[in-house]
Design a protein around this ligand. Structure first.
Ligand code: 4NP
Length: 154
């Protein structure tokens, strides 16, 4: 089993989308995908209604997800930890205990060479079009990741 964790700030907008979209593209017997936030503001909450809506428009149901905070033991549980932006990345690596932990952490958009800005923009204070844009770049990147992951897991 390969375990992948998606991390943003609140775990209600971006990482729930990355979690749901990548999960929908992988064999769930071989891959476990989860998400977390570096902050605790929304712990226990469902994803933002706009993330739920843009996912549903694409036949992905993320409404049963519940926000949680990133914890140090996630370095033990997960093989790959993807930060949605550089601020999330810095917050995660500040908790790393050793080089093995550090080596697991990457910016999510590093997996997509076609996008030059490596930060998934925070759509929280935006409108539905910002969420649609976030969905689109996460979807494109997850397609690339799923192909790569499945090649290494046959
Ligand atoms: P996320 O978006 O990190 O993509 O879940 C945010 C959600 C909540 C807040 C900021 C960003 N907030 O400040 O409450």
């Amino acid at each position: 089993m390969t375990r992948i964790l998606m991390v943003c700030l609140g775990n209600i907008c971006r990482s729930p989308l990355a979690h749901g979209i990548l999960e929908s593209k992988l064999n769930n017997q071989l891959f476990y995908v989860d998400s977390a936030g570096t902050a605790a503001y929304h712990v226990g909450n469902k994803p933002d209604h706009r993330s739920i809506q843009v996912a549903l428009n694409n036949d992905i149901d993320i409404s049963t997800q519940s926000a949680r905070q990133f914890k140090v033991s996630d370095f033990d549980t997960f093989d790959f930890i993807y930060a949605m932006d550089s601020s999330n990345y810095n917050n995660i690596i500040s908790l790393a205990r050793n080089n093995e932990d550090l080596g697991k952490v990457k910016l999510f958009l590093e997996e997509n060479t076609q996008i030059s800005n490596k930060n998934v923009p925070d759509p929280y204070y935006g409108d539905i079009s910002d969420f649609e844009y976030v969905f689109d770049i996460i979807e494109a990147t997850s397609t690339i990741m799923a192909k790569k992951l499945q090649k290494t897991n046959i």
